[in-house]
Design a protein around this ligand. Structure first.
Ligand code: ZN
Length: 602
């Protein structure tokens, strides 16, 4: 039994946001032990170069300093030595996201990928990590799904992991957090909330429990983890989640949590429950059922796969679907969520330039590094992937007379590739869907995955008694999913520029859409609008100013580009057909009605 790799992490200076992190190897490589820090964190497909936050790094062996040579941006090699080798680094932790580390005098949080060095050649060894509180601090507790070695429950002390891969797959929160718990299918679940909030914790736990039990029974008991931890950072504005094998980190806005006494599910709380559902579904789909390219993860460089449409898109499909199936929301609310998803896809002409498999492959440089041109250039493998999953589910249901669905494909994936992770080959999900259903799906997948043609949603949804409507947006705030207050003819008479504004009060262009009036006139992202036909324009009055004009009319727009005032003549346009809605057909019966009941329970 080789000696474990031992780690120690200590918030050495919370006010300066510094963790001290040690890594000790008992039998260093005689040729010189190499170490590195991951360039990316699994689940977030972008090179983040966590090593840039290492402020100092030193090594010692048997009480003597060991020279360290830096090999590249995230690797080091210690001079040959015999006996216990300890590398000590100080890591700057001031990234309030679910992906890295954050430390101040109120709390500490870290993902192992951003703080723990990997000892080369020792990646498969067991790891032990001692986690300490800041000096003199007595009221902090600790929450993590890392198995304890001798640490008390929610306490500081020693934890263990089977190998480096596991070590960095259990984020850690420390501080004076709020804690609640529930059990789902016999598995204890901890809910840890950091940040000021006054959420109705009983309700939160009830709703989260229903969602977790839904997913566990969906894939079949027993659940693949003995315990699960939700680490929730509550902030004023924010949204994000990252999945792990037995926990998830969420960053959510305060307003998305239910206030005490509130019974309704508003749009913000629905989005929160959707995020919980999404990350929890990943416990199976991507943490255990993985693309072959992730087995094992190569954290030193990009790990390319064309399958993120499935691992993120199918997960995005089931996240909201589980809310209606577990009776957290009404079927009508589910159709609203679906309409918002479809609208996000229809709003970008990039969907005619990039397929979802290309979007998956280029996630590293495109989806994760979006600029102002993103809607014109790319499609999201999350949102379009979710629509592909919807289309596939309906194709399987209707094509097999209701005998098979995407649920069966997911369970087959779990049995074949997840229960014992074997990795899914490129194209593996396509072959399995065909095998499970007995259908020839080549044409379906060629169109959905390898072409930029819109999915045939109207026909597929018609077969389950749901109407798919695409219409112009009612206002700049129209996210789709809900019926408009105006008639179709009135909607078409609205004059638009074809832009998206930045957050804040200024009428500043965040995005200029391809083929739209603003682009044809020469306006560009970053331009700050000053006046329309001589009248001062703000974000609040832009819609109202344009409403005094008709599509086809020319207006003079003044705008600052950098510090230069410029004049543009814009020929206003009618709004594009880019807003989607799904409506129940009230008179659906027979097979469509039966398929719909099997799909949504309504
Ligand atoms: Zn995801």
């Amino acid at each position: 039994m080789p000696a474990p790799v031992r780690y120690r992490i200590f918030p050495i200076n919370p006010a300066a946001h510094l963790f001290e992190v040690r890594c000790t190897v008992a039998d260093p490589d005689p040729a010189g032990q190499a170490f590195s820090l991951p360039a990316w964190i699994p689940g977030s497909y972008m090179i983040r170069e966590f090593a840039r936050n290492i402020v100092t790094l030193t090594a010692e062996c048997a009480g003597a300093a060991v020279p360290v040579e830096k090999l590249d941006k995230h690797s080091w090699r210690c001079a040959p030595c015999a006996g216990l080798l300890t590398v000590t680094c100080e890591v700057y932790a001031w990234d309030l996201s679910v992906r890295a580390a954050h430390l101040d005098t109120t709390h500490g949080y870290f993902n192992g990928a951003s703080v723990f060095l990997m000892a080369h050649g020792r990646e498969r060894r067991p790891c032990e990590v001692e986690i300490l509180p800041p000096e003199g601090v007595r009221d902090w507790r600790l929450a993590t799904a890392l198995p304890a070695l001798d640490a008390p429950a929610f306490g500081f002390g020693r934890y263990r992991a089977a190998d480096y891969d596991e070590l960095i797959d259990h984020p850690v929160e420390m501080g004076t957090f709020t804690h609640a718990q529930f059990s789902a299918c016999g598995v204890p679940h901890d809910v840890v909330l950091t940040g000021r909030q006054r959420a109705d914790l009983d309700r939160l736990c009830r709703d989260m429990q229903a969602i977790c039990e839904h997913h566990i029974t969906f894939f079949g008991e027993p659940a693949p983890m003995a315990r699960y931890v939700f680490l929730i950072m509550v902030v004023g504005e924010g949204y994000g989640g990252l999945e792990h094998r037995a926990s998830t980190s969420l960053l959510v806005s305060r307003k998305s949590l239910p206030r005490p006494g509130e019974a309704a599910v508003n749009d913000d709380y629905r989005a929160f429950l959707g995020l919980v559902s999404h990350e929890y579904f990943h416990t199976w789909n991507v943490k255990r059922i993985k693309p072959k390219a992730f087995l094992p993860y190569d954290l030193s460089r990009e790990a390319y796969t064309r399958q993120l449409w499935a691992f993120e898109g199918i997960t995005s499909y089931y996240d909201d679907l589980a809310l209606v199936r577990s009776q957290r929301i009404e079927p009508q609310d589910y159709l609203q969520a679906l309409g918002e998803t479809a609208t996000r896809v229809w709003r970008g002409s990039g969907r005619f330039k990039q397929t979802v498999t290309e979007s998956s492959f280029d996630a590293w440089t495109k989806f994760y590094r979006q600029d102002e041109n993103a809607p014109n250039a790319i499609v999201s493998y999350y949102t379009k992937g979710a629509l592909v999953a919807l289309a596939l589910d309906l194709t399987l249901r209707c094509g097999t007379g209701g005998r098979r669905s995407l649920d069966d494909v997911m369970r087959a994936l779990w049995e074949r590739h997840g229960r014992t992770p074997t990795g899914v080959e490129e194209g593996g999900i396509e072959r399995l869907a065909a095998e499970v259903s007995g259908l020839d799906l080549r044409e379906f997948f060629d169109r959905a995955l390898r072409s930029t043609e819109d999915l045939p949603l109207a026909g597929l949804l018609g077969d389950v008694g749901v109407e798919f409507v695409v219409r112009p947006a009612e206002s700049a705030a129209d996210k789709g999913g809900k019926p408009p207050k105006k008639s179709a003819a009135e909607l078409m008479r609205r004059a638009v520029l074809g832009v998206k504004l930045t957050e804040g009060a200024e009428a500043k262009l965040a995005q200029v859409f391809d083929g739209a009036a603003a682009q044809a006139a020469g306006l560009a992202a970053g331009d700050a609008l000053v006046a329309v036909d001589g009248l001062r324009v703000t974000k609040a009055n832009l819609d109202a100013l344009l409403a005094t004009h008709w599509p086809g009319e020319r207006v003079t727009v003044h705008a600052f580009r950098r510090d230069e005032l410029m004049t543009f003549v814009v020929e206003l346009q009618a709004p594009p057909m880019d807003t989607c809605e799904f409506r129940f057909m009230p008179d659906a019966d027979g097979a469509p009605r039966a398929h719909r009941v099997a799909w949504l329970g309504s």
